[in-house]
Ligand binder design. Structure first.
Ligand code: PLP
Length: 500
């Protein structure tokens, strides 16, 4: 059966002479997605993994919820690909993505942006060498540092309204001068909260020093559709950048892309790293979702994200005058920084709510779930697929909360997270390699961390392996937990420290 199907695919995807490479796809095609869909419609009897047989074998409740979708849960199969070159369709789909998004080469990721970030660190690996990393990085960067053995030199972020954002140009300039042998500069832009910074100036500094610029753009990639003047990795000529496409760009959860520019110096090492970290059974459903999303963004991205921005501005208008509510507005940002209009950050502190307490009430009483909350703020991510009435529903709920002071919340002194500015005692890799022990949080002060600890979201580590734990860090986590925040890296209230 597979070979009959294969002939049909061959006709579709090969030239008359039978050379696959002579067939060229355009942005109107979604080769991986379409061929995969065609395959699933053929009624082929399956004698391969996965064993649930298109959902027939799933538990009844799961099957009922999954429906036809479960038929798409497949991995690499000859019939769903080309017999002569199993990677052909994926490569074609990735080439279309590179063309659409201004990259030299793009890779589809099916284990989140995290795997792209870790592969980037591995590609630069020269154990013990220094890499410049913005301190507001996601924990996947630290995991990449553990895997690669690189030695991070952390750059302090710019603090805006208590939120850590892209380091300033002056800070980057200073670190480039002090660490001329660094193997790269790894920055997060925009941050989880949607604030972006002076990327073009920073990219120019890196170019002048021939230093690879790597960007975690997990929360970006679509700003170009809102305003083409906003600097993004591709427009400033970054060397490598990672997208969490699943976050707000519309593909299925866990999908991402990794892009490289023409001058990325380690393309072969990067491919090896991706292979090292990737599953040998990637979900074709997830890959197809990326292919389809690329086509959608190419043709409709502007319309989609201008709609999201418009909905964001409607929400702002609805709540900005409320006396019990403080909205972070783009006008409060320093020069060079801007706010993604689809991200709404607000505080109900004037009405007596901590962010975490307000989130609970929004969920329980109003059935509204923000992206996340912390001590101070609530964060709402507005999607292009949001319904307008949901915006009004949220505005109404916020109006009620802003007018009722149910919780007597008082600001505590411990804010923002008290990062340690001293150099690491050890590299993250050597710290996790050494003998370690779990200690109660209260007893960890003064010890060298052997694991990382991060408030999640946003997943920015409070400390990383190899860093000395200070009393103010312990105090910060304790207060954060007491307010209902979730901390990653704690095991039954204990943290991992070096016992060497
Ligand atoms: C800035 C940043 N980078 C990377 C990641 C990892 O993304 P993923 O969850 O897709 O692996 C996240 C996740 O929240 C993030 O916020």
């Amino acid at each position: 059966m597979a070979s009959t199907g294969q002939k049909e695919e061959s006709k579709k995807f090969m030239s008359k002479k039978g050379h696959m490479s002579t067939y060229s796809f355009s942005q109107k095609d979604a080769p991986l997605f379409e061929n995969f869909l065609a395959y699933t419609k053929k009624g082929i009897a399956a004698f391969h993994t996965p064993g649930h047989r298109g959902g027939r074998g799933c538990e009844q409740l799961f099957r009922r919820w999954g429906g036809r979708f479960l038929r798409l849960d497949l991995t690499e199969l000859k019939g769903a690909n080309l017999e002569q070159d199993p990677d052909f369709l994926q490569t074609q789909a990735e080439e279309l993505a590179a063309e659409a998004f201004g990259a030299q080469k793009s890779y589809f990721l099916v284990n989140g942006a995290s795997i792209g970030v870790m592969a980037a660190c591995l590609a630069l690996r020269e154990a013990g060498q220094e890499i410049l990393v913005a301190r507001n990085c996601h924990l996947s960067v630290v995991n990449g540092l553990i895997l690669s053995g690189l030695k991070p030199v952390f750059l302090p972020p710019t603090w805006i309204a208590g939120l850590p954002c892209l380091p300033s140009t002056a800070v980057v300039q200073d670190y480039l001068r002090r660490y001329p042998r660094a193997v790269g500069l790894f920055l997060t832009n925009p941050g989880y909260h949607g604030i972006y910074g002076p990327l073009a100036e920073i990219a120019a500094l890196c170019k002048a020093q021939h230093l690879p610029l790597l960007l975690d753009e997990a929360h970006g990639g679509y700003l170009r559709y809102i305003d083409p003047c906003i600097a993004e990795a591709s427009s400033v000529g970054a060397d490598l950048w990672v997208w969490g496409v699943h976050k707000m760009m519309g593909s299925l959860t866990q999908t991402g892309m990794l892009h490289i520019g023409p001058d990325f110096p380690y393309p072969a090492q990067l491919e090896e790293a991706l292979q090292l970290l990737s599953s040998t059974s990637p979900s074709y459903l997830l890959l197809a979702s990326l292919d389809s999303t690329r086509r959608q963004l190419y043709f409709k991205g502007r319309k989609m994200f201008r709609r999201a921005a418009k909905l964001g501005s409607i929400l702002r208008e609805q709540v900005k005058e409320l006396p019990g509510l403080e909205l972070i507005e783009p006008v409060v940002l320093p020069a060079g920084y801007g706010l993604d209009p689809t991200k709404i950050i607000l505080s109900l502190a004037p009405a007596g709510w901590s962010g975490l307490a307000a989130e609970t009430v929004l969920r329980r009483r109003y059935r509204i779930q923000p992206e996340y909350a912390d001590r101070d703020y609530l964060y709402f991510f507005i999607s292009y697929a949001q319904e307008k009435r949901e915006i009004f529903r949220l505005a109404k709920a916020l109006q009620s909360l802003a007018g009722t002071a149910e919780s007597a919340w008082e600001e505590s002194a411990v804010c923002p997270p008290p990062w340690n500015n001293r150099p690491l005692a050890q590299t993250p890799r050597s710290a996790v390699d050494q003998p370690s022990v779990y200690l109660n949080l209260a007893d960890a002060t003064g010890r060298v961390a052997a694991g990382l600890v991060a408030a999640y979201p946003p997943g920015i580590p409070l400390w990383v392996p190899g860093e000395e734990i200070t009393p103010s860090m312990v105090e910060w986590i304790t207060a954060f937990q007491q307010q209902g925040g979730y901390v990653r890296g704690l095991k039954n209230g204990q943290v991992k420290v070096s016992s060497a």
